[in-house]
Design a protein around this ligand. Sequence first.
Ligand SMILES: NC(=O)C1=CN([C@@H]2O[C@H](COP(=O)(O)OP(=O)(O)OC[C@H]3O[C@@H](n4cnc5c(N)ncnc54)[C@H](OP(=O)(O)O)[C@@H]3O)[C@@H](O)[C@H]2O)[C@@H](O)CC1
Ligand SMILES: Nc1ncnc2c1ncn2[C@@H]1O[C@H](COP(=O)(O)OP(=O)(O)O)[C@@H](O)[C@H]1O
Ligand SMILES: [K+]
Length: 522
Amino acid sequence: MGITRILTAAQMRKADEITIASGLSAFDLMDRAGRIVANSALKCVPDYSRIVVIAGPGNNGGDGFAAACHLRKYRIPVTVVSLVPVDSLSGELKKHANLAVKAGVKVREATSLGAIGEVERWLSRSSIVIDAIFGTGLCRGLGGLMAEVVAKINACDRPVFSIDIASGICSDSGVILGVAVKADMTLPIAATKWGHWLAEGRDYTGRLLDVADIGISDDAIEASWRETCDCDDEQERCFCVNSASLINDEYLKAAWPPRPRLSHKGYFGHVWVFGGSVGFTGAPQLAGLGAYAAGAGLASIICPDEVWPIIASANLEVMTHPESSSAWQKADAIVAGPGWGLERGELLSRLLDTEKPLVVDADALNMVAANPALQSKLANRTALTVITPHPGEAARLLESDIGTVQDDRKQAVLDLVRRYRCWVVLKGSETLVASPDRDIYLNPFGSPQLAIAGSGDVLAGMIGAQLSRQKGDGATLGELISSTVALHAKAGAREGWYLPGELAKLVSEVRQNLERGDGKEK
Ligand SMILES: NC(=O)C1=CN([C@@H]2O[C@H](COP(=O)(O)OP(=O)(O)OC[C@H]3O[C@@H](n4cnc5c(N)ncnc54)[C@H](OP(=O)(O)O)[C@@H]3O)[C@@H](O)[C@H]2O)[C@@H](O)CC1
Ligand SMILES: Nc1ncnc2c1ncn2[C@@H]1O[C@H](COP(=O)(O)OP(=O)(O)O)[C@@H](O)[C@H]1O
Ligand SMILES: [K+]
């Protein structure tokens, strides 16, 4: 399966070191990066007039020189504007700068604010601007000349192609370090970085192109995760990222293979939703519809007696029982929380005691946040457990605040795993899924259209459906849970406005397309 990895700057440096130690030279890595940048930029903007590369002081600038050299092979006029004196460059950077000059690249220096007019002139003569100012080595806020040049790039009204990451975006957090290039497209080198996805990074990245394969192997990347872990194993279990990848379409295909011709409703599992209270009778129904939409064979609700007649008469599809019923003991998976209110701690405690796969959502999370005994039960559960907090619920579960959670969502999801030792789905734009072993999956799909009350209930039911599919079909748990988040997001990103109940219908359409194989009717 094609996997797109997500790395921090330190992990990228480590993978780079491992690769160089295994025999591939730093010069070659830069050359490969430059070749892919050149080809990719021409593919994005097929204009063979002058290309201007703005090169910074580090290896990102070196990639810029290498790209310029490759562009010359197509006889394209290229200017590199170096923001540091070319004489001050050393190592492979210097070698690539020299090769560029030999290949006929015009190299100009703009090393002080006095040269900003010169930068502006070159920008105005370019068909595309290649931003090679900073990559993963950016470590402090931009000021002076660098900040001025970024402002000129952003004002130049030319397509901007960033190498690796938009200069000015912190590659680990996605925040803007003072000022940042607003790229139209970004070519990630060797792996995606967290900064492409988090905070402002996603907006400044523009179109994220396919990762440039410069010869850094997956083994080197996996080793970089291990070797950059700074936990003291002697003292406590490691809680650094074990792996991080983007959820892609292949996960979805693995999670929804074609339905066997001789299957029956029992094959696809029975999801039981515990939820509903006065004023919140829709939430468990939406979860039930979500379960069906994701492919469950049966969906039932257990709700407080006082709302049972309302919920039972409000829908045909989801079977509805009062709390006195014990029919749920046959559940393949349980979803607890949608619209449940805060008075159901005792029942939640019993559900935590069961050996059933369990999704803990909404009010069930709020009850856990307020009750240390429930927290301990959740953390010590041995059966499969998924918690699905939105940022507000996550903040309550971590005794933190929403700002802190949102400022570092990667850390928040790891903190939730550390505390509750289960699968975590931290919802919101770029939902993060984390396994108890700290494998993180980032969902790149979705739309703010999903910001509507009830869409989270649909998702909780959908995850319940995946957990109830004991038959497995060969997909891993990571694929099952993260692809459910992606399916929900893809359905939510479809054209047109929808109500949360209608979202379930959209989910079922996308899911059926997957099961039929790329949407072909059979
Ligand atoms: N990893 C890989 O696999 C490969 C990576 N490659 C490429 O290398 C890139 C990473 O290169 P990199 O480490 O040299 O960092 P980069 O971003 O060019 O800049 C560092 C320089 O910037 C300076 N500096 C920092 N902040 C500053 C500020 N605010 N204002 C002013 N200066 C500032 C900093 O100065 P210092 O902190 O030392 O004073 C240092 O001189 C990566 O993104 C990719 O494009 C490929 O070549 C092939 C293989
Ligand atoms: N801006 C957004 N972009 C993408 N997805 C979003 C956005 N806002 C909300 N969502 C998604 O919508 C769902 C909302 O869930 P939640 O906040 O629990 O709502 P509710 O409890 O009302 O059902 C989550 O899956 C979340 O990831
Ligand atoms: K860059």
